[in-house]
Design a protein. Structure first.
Lengths: 113, 109
């Protein structure tokens, strides 16, 4: 078995601030993902990475940067936090093929004042 | 427009009743997965079913690929089944998922 760890659990930021969220997995999975979930809505893909140093944009990549520093870690940066923004950011990983299960972390809850 | 639509948006049942959740998708899917999100927010995969019928425990999923729809049947619901059920499709072969908004299930004792 394995686990996905996301830090921090809660993040409170100020408008215009650059904020970084971190994700670590010990499954030894090749592919990692960042999703955003707004209240009452499904998940939307921000970025994904199929291997170390690879980055692929999802539908929601504008306003975000990502970095796959090594196989086990994937970071997401909100480049300029928007006032009153509130969302949960979920990290996931999978072996990579279409039939493979994605495993999710517990999420980082963002609130921008 | 939305690629994955789920219905109903919410459902309240008494313990022991069966639940039927629907998922319709607007584009060809190479993969379809059902996920459970607990009230606390953690998300787990329930099953993958790109076509046909699959069973696991009290869950049965039926996907009719040509009609771009899938259902998830939960038999003999329990209070611990309460949470949000999400349907997701992969349009590519790279495990890039598109999620519906979910069905929030509440099972009352």
């Amino acid at each position: 078995g394995g686990i996905i760890t996301q830090t921090p659990k809660f993040l409170i930021g100020q408008e215009g601030q650059k904020l970084t969220l971190k994700c670590q997995q010990n499954f030894n999975h090749d592919t990692m993902y960042w999703y955003r979930q707004d209240s009452g809505k499904g998940l939307r893909l921000i970025y994904y990475s199929i291997t170390e140093n690879d980055l692929q944009k999802g539908d929601l990549s504008e306003g975000y940067d990502a970095s796959r520093e090594k196989k086990s870690s994937f970071s997401l940066t909100v480049t300029s936090a928007q006032k009153n923004e509130m969302a949960v950011f979920l990290c996931a990983s999978s072996i990579g093929g279409s039939q493979d299960t994605q495993y999710f972390g517990p999420g980082t809850r963002l609130l921008v004042l | 427009g939305q690629q994955v639509q789920q219905s109903p948006a919410s459902l309240v049942l008494q313990e022991g009743e069966n639940a039927e959740l629907q998922c319709n998708f607007s584009s060809t899917a190479t993969q379809l997965q059902w996920f459970y999100q607990s009230p606390g927010g953690s998300l787990v995969s329930l099953l993958s079913n790109p076509s046909g019928t699959k069973h696991t425990g009290r869950l049965t999923s039926t996907t009719v690929t040509k009609e771009r729809r899938s259902s998830l049947h939960i038999s003999s619901s329990q209070t611990t089944d309460s949470g949000t059920y999400l349907c997701a499709i992969d349009r590519s072969n790279y495990n890039v998922l598109y999620f519906g908004s979910g069905t929030k299930l509440t099972v009352e004792p």
